[in-house]
Design a protein around this ligand. Structure first.
Ligand SMILES: Cc1cc2nc3c(=O)[nH]c(=O)nc-3n(C[C@H](O)[C@H](O)[C@H](O)COP(=O)(O)O)c2cc1C
Length: 170
């Protein structure tokens, strides 16, 4: 698909609108679709919508500020809602297997002082592990970390990285 033909779906997780996992929701995840009660179906509505959106996407772009050395709670809430047994991963004799195929992810990491890939960065490893778990192996990080030490320079480098990626994938 040419870049001009792409359909872009945006989600501002920072608005904090996603529900947190509840025991009832997890119970609904693990109830077979045909056995789910009306309440369970209602509980799964947001998760179902997010999963459908994710399965539809060819390319995923995440903008992730590092908060307290990890991912923001809103992104964790999103991860918890899209990790769906039978839909995005399944258990096998060899352990869990991701069910999302042929997708690429780009993850822009921003931070104040914590460097991408440093020992205090518990965000990027989490994001990579989670996306790999769902079957998304092609995960590329764009480094916009350490904005406190010269935002202009950091952003110029990050933009150059984006340009290089755009050329490489054109
Ligand atoms: C609640 C909160 C926690 C934060 N924790 C960290 C942190 O652990 N490490 C870090 O480098 N920056 C931290 N930051 C800074 C953010 O990563 C930074 O604000 C974000 O990347 C966006 O950059 P900007 O504020 O220049 O727009 C934190 C910011 C907030 C609001």
């Amino acid at each position: 698909m040419g870049r001009g033909e792409a359909t872009v779906v945006s989600r501002d997780l920072g608005k904090g609108e996603l529900p947190l996992l509840s025991p009832e929701m997890v119970g609904a995840f693990y109830t077979s679709p045909t056995d789910r009660s009306a309440e369970q179906k209602a509980l799964l509505e947001v998760s179902d919508t997010l999963v459908a959106e994710l399965r539809e996407a060819d390319v995923l772009i995440f903008g992730v500020p590092i908060y307290n050395f990890g991912v923001p709670g809103a992104l964790k809430a999103y991860f918890d809602l899209v990790a769906r047994v039978g839909l995005t991963f399944q258990y096998t004799d060899q352990g869990p297997r991701g069910l999302l195929k042929n997708k690429r992810a780009y993850v822009v990491i921003t931070s104040g002082g914590t460097g991408l890939g440093s020992t205090a960065d518990f965000a990027s490893g989490h994001v990579r592990q989670f996306l790999n778990f769902l079957g998304i192996a092609a995960v590329e990080f764009i480094n916009a970390s350490q904005l406190l030490f010269g935002a202009e320079q950091v952003l110029a480098k990050a933009n150059a990285q984006v340009e290089a990626l755009a050329v490489a994938t054109a």
